[in-house]
Design a protein around this ligand. Structure first.
Ligand SMILES: Cc1ncc(COP(=O)(O)O)c(C=O)c1O
Length: 378
C-alpha cells in the first residue's frame, strides 16, 4: 500500500468505515486562491514563530466566521489556535490530567479519542447515552462515586451515533462541571455540518464563560484535514494555561502559515461558500445511503437518520456481532467500522458505523449492495 495517506483504501474495496471527507470535496482551487491572496500581502509574520494563542488577525476572522455559524457573540480573546481537535485534546490532557485520572466519555464515543486518553494513561469510564446523547442522570449517579478530571463529549451529530444533545442537557453538563470541579471538553467538529431537520441547539462554545467548558473546533471536516488547523474556545484564563505550556513556549503559536491562508479563505468568503456546498452534497449522500439501506437492509439494520455529521450508526436487528461479519464483508468488497471500536468497555458488538461523507451516491449504493449480499449470507 502506498505511504501517502493515513488510511489508503484498496481500489477494489468500498470502505464505508472510513471517516474522511470525499477526495472530490477537498478544495484545491479554493486553497490555491486563498494561498495566492495570503502570499500577496507582503507579510512575513506567518513565517515567523507566532504568538502563542494564535495570530490575532486570524482569530478575529475566525470569530467573525463562528458568529455567523454559531449565532453567538464570539470574542477572539476566547479563541486559541490548535492543530485540530486531536492535538487540542492531547494538549488538554497534558495540562489537565495525571496518569490514573478518570475521564468520562459517552458510550459510544469517538474511538480515536480513546487512543489519546490511553496515551495519557487515563482511566476511561463510559456513561450511558440515549437517542439524545449523554444521559445526565447517569452522570449525576457516576459523580456520587467520584469526580473525573475531564468529561469528553461530542454534543452535535455525534461520531458515531449521530445523536445531538438537547440544550437543557448541555446546560446541566456545564452546571455539574462547575459544581463538582471538572472540565467539560466539547468536541464540536460536526456542529457546522447540519443539513437535515431542525437547527441544533447552540454549541457548548456558548457556555465557556462558566470556565467549566472548553469547546473544540476544526477545519478538518469543513475545509481539509491535511491543513491540521483548528481551535479551542474557552475562558481567557483557561487559554492562558494552554498558551503557557512548554510546547507553545518552545514552538510558538501553532501553524501560523496555514492559519494565514485560511484567514484569506475566511475573509474572501470562500469558507462560507464551501460549507454551503458541503451541506448540499452531504445531504444528498445521506439521502442515498438512507434510501439504499431501507431498500436493501430495512429488515436487518435499525438506525436513526442523523440531522448532520458524517455517520449512520446501525444496529443488527438479529443482534449478531458486527466484527465477526467483517471477513464476509471484505470478501464482498465492502467494509465498515464495527461498533466495538467505539466502546470503552468492549460492548456495542451489534453495531456498525457507516460513513456517507467519503463516497458519492453511486459508491454508497454499491457499498450497500455489497453489504446486503454479505449480511444475507447468514
Ligand atoms: C469527533 C471527532 N473529533 C475529532 C476528529 C479529528 O479531528 P482533527 O482532524 O481536527 O484532529 C474527528 C475525525 O474523525 C472526529 O470525528
Amino acid at each position: 500500500m502506498d505511504q501517502i495517506l493515513q488510511s489508503p483504501i484498496p481500489p477494489h474495496l468500498i470502505d464505508l468505515g472510513v471517516g474522511n471527507p470525499g477526495p472530490d470535496l477537498l478544495p484545491l482551487d479554493l486553497l490555491r486562491e486563498a494561498a495566492s491572496h495570503a502570499l500577496a500581502q507582503g507579510d512575513t509574520a506567518p513565517l515567523q514563530y507566532g504568538y502563542e494563542q494564535g495570530d490575532i488577525r486570524f482569530r478575529q476572522a475566525l470569530a467573525a466566521f463562528l458568529e455567523g455559524q454559531y449565532h453567538l457573540k464570539t470574542d477572539p480573546g476566547q479563541l486559541f489556535v490548535s492543530n485540530g481537535v486531536s492535538q487540542a485534546l492531547d494538549l488538554i490532557c497534558t495540562l489537565h490530567t495525571q496518569p490514573g485520572d478518570v475521564v468520562f466519555v459517552e458510550e459510544p464515543t469517538y474511538f480515536l479519542a480513546l487512543r489519546i486518553f490511553a496515551d495519557h494513561r487515563l482511566q476511561v469510564v463510559g456513561l450511558p447515552t440515549d437517542e439524545h446523547g449523554l444521559v445526565v442522570e447517569a452522570l449525576e449517579e457516576a459523580l456520587r462515586h467520584g469526580r473525573p478530571a475531564l468529561l469528553y463529549t461530542v454534543p452535535t451529530h455525534q461520531n458515531p451515533s449521530g445523536a445531538t444533545l438537547p440544550a437543557e442537557r448541555r446546560r446541566r453538563l456545564a452546571e455539574l462541571a462547575q459544581a463538582h470541579g471538572f472540565l467539560v471538553v466539547a468536541d464540536e467538529v460536526y456542529h457546522c455540518l447540519t443539513f437535515g431537520g431542525d437547527a441544533p441547539p447552540p454549541p457548548m462554545a456558548g457556555l465557556v464563560d462558566t470556565g467549566a467548558v472548553l469547546s473544540l473546533g476544526s477545519f478538518s471536516k469543513i475545509l481539509a484535514p491535511g491543513l491540521r488547523l483548528g481551535w479551542i474556545q474557552g475562558r481567557a484564563d483557561r487559554l492562558r494555561t494552554l498558551a503557557q505550556s512548554g510546547l507553545l513556549d518552545s514552538g510558538g503559536g501553532l501553524n501560523p502559515f496555514t492559519a494565514a491562508i485560511v484567514r484569506s479563505a475566511l475573509a474572501l468568503g470562500l469558507q462560507d461558500r464551501h460549507l454551503a456546498r458541503l451541506r448540499r452534497v452531504y445531504a444528498a449522500r445521506l439521502d442515498a445511503l438512507d434510501t439504499a439501506l431501507q431498500q436493501r437492509l430495512g429488515d436487518r439494520l435499525r438506525y436513526r437518520r442523523p440531522g448532520g455529521g458524517f455517520f449512520v450508526w446501525a444496529r443488527l436487528a438479529d443482534g449478531r456481532d458486527a466484527e465477526g461479519l467483517m471477513p464476509k464483508a471484505l470478501a464482498h468488497g465492502v467494509s465498515f467500522r464495527p461498533g466495538v471500536r467505539f466502546s470503552s468497555r468492549s460492548g456495542l458488538r451489534d453495531a456498525m458505523r457507516l460513513c456517507f461523507a467519503y463516497y458519492d451516491e453511486e459508491g454508497l449504493r454499491e457499498g450497500v449492495d455489497r453489504l446486503a449480499r454479505a449480511l444475507g449470507e447468514g
